[in-house]
Design a protein around this ligand. Structure first.
Ligand code: PBG
Length: 358
């Protein structure tokens, strides 16, 4: 075999471009097939080896626990379509949060269950300084000051029609008048002591308006977790049961995104970043892993993903039926959301996972 023959066999991928040092370093593609077999399984052989080469790790630090608060005392009501999730009255919520904190959960996202009598067309209760959310935030901050409290900014728990914004006679969702209410709501939550406000409403321009208002009111350290790419999704069904907040007419497709779109998600993310978001979010998570991945590529800000109620309900239902190994599915699911690029995951599994990871 002369030198030339050998060369043509040995280098299926040319190493060439001599002045480029990196391309001169042989890769596994440059190995001669007869000299070595590439055996990826070597690094999977034992648990220790697998741990060494594991690329992503799910930790309790990644988890944000969404929790539901209701009026009253000594109340703990399970949500039918979300087994294992409860609406708590404030007294019991504080006990539950303390337990979560002791398990290592460092952040909660708070959602209120508002009685029908407190709802109106414009959601005025949302910015009541003595409202349920505001009182709850104050109480949490008195009891467990270090836990990160994230409050929801959207009108749907507070409006009689169940939409996230104000509605005109024709049923149109009004953008700018809604933003004015959201701003009041966010400022009142910051005043109560929220560490982070999380607009989940999808009105245009609300991140910038909220940032401006927070700063003007002196809440320069209150962060904004923006629901940037939030899709109009059937996966929110159980959450709307939890809050009794399903829209009374129409749907949310004129403000939440079309499930078929990806480029638009990047546009929404870019806008929210330009307007001052500290963290951007993709929601839901599982059917939108491609979006999480693209958003991860597009920004250096932390990326959050919301493992929503419908995703939770599907796993719980199949687990109850004994059709899947629930605990393994939970860990696999959350790890794959991380692998897609999420730094943070809002998930109703947070407490269970904190227990599993202990
Ligand atoms: C509403 C809101 C929704 C969720 C969080 N905030 C529902 C919706 O947009 O209708 C869904 C969360 C979940 O399904 O777990 N602003």
């Amino acid at each position: 075999m002369d030198n030339n023959d050998y060369h043509s066999l040995a280098t299926p991928v040319p190493m060439s471009s001599a002045n480029n040092v990196e391309s001169a370093i042989p890769t596994e593609n440059d190995r001669h097939p007869s000299l070595t077999t590439i055996r990826p399984r070597r690094l999977r052989r034992t648990p220790g080896l697998r741990r060494m080469v594991r690329e992503n790790h799910l930790t309790v630090d990644d988890l944000i626990y969404p929790m539901f608060v209701m009026e009253g005392e000594n109340q703990k009501v399970e949500i039918a379509s979300m087994p294992g999730c409860y609406r708590y009255s404030l007294d019991l919520l504080l006990i539950e949060i303390a337990e979560c904190w002791n398990l290592g959960i460092c952040a909660i996202a708070l959602f209120p269950v508002i009685s029908e009598t407190q709802k109106d067309d414009t959601g005025t209760e949302s910015y009541n300084p003595e409202g349920l959310v505001q009182q709850t935030v104050k109480a949490i901050k008195q009891n467990i000051p270090e836990i990160v409290v994230i409050t929801d900014v959207a009108l749907d728990p507070f409006t009689s029609h169940g939409h996230d914004g104000l509605v005109d006679e024709s049923g149109k969702i009004l953008n700018d008048p809604t933003v004015e209410v959201l701003v009041k709501m966010a400022v009142s939550q910051a005043a109560a002591g929220a560490d982070m406000v999380a607009p989940s409403d999808m009105m245009d321009g609300r991140i910038g308006a909220i940032r401006k208002a927070l700063d003007a009111a002196g809440y320069i350290d209150t962060a904004i977790l923006a629901y940037s790419a939030k899709y109009a999704s059937a996966y929110y069904g159980p959450f709307r049961d939890a809050l009794d907040s399903a829209p009374k007419f129409g749907d949310k497709k004129t403000y939440q995104m079309d499930a078929a779109n990806a480029k638009e998600a990047l546009k929404e993310v870019a806008l929210d970043i330009a307007e001052g978001a500290d963290i951007v979010m993709v929601k839901p998570a599982l059917a939108y892993l491609d979006i999480i991945c693209q958003v991860r590529e597009a920004t250096n800000l932390p990326v959050a993903a919301y493992n929503v109620s419908g995703e939770y309900a599907m796993i719980k239902a199949a687990g109850k039926l004994g059709w899947i190994d629930e605990n393994r599915i939970i860990l696999e699911t959350l790890t794959r959301i991380k692998r897609a690029g999420a730094d943070l995951i809002l998930t109703y599994f947070a407490k269970e996972v904190a227990l599993m990871l202990k």
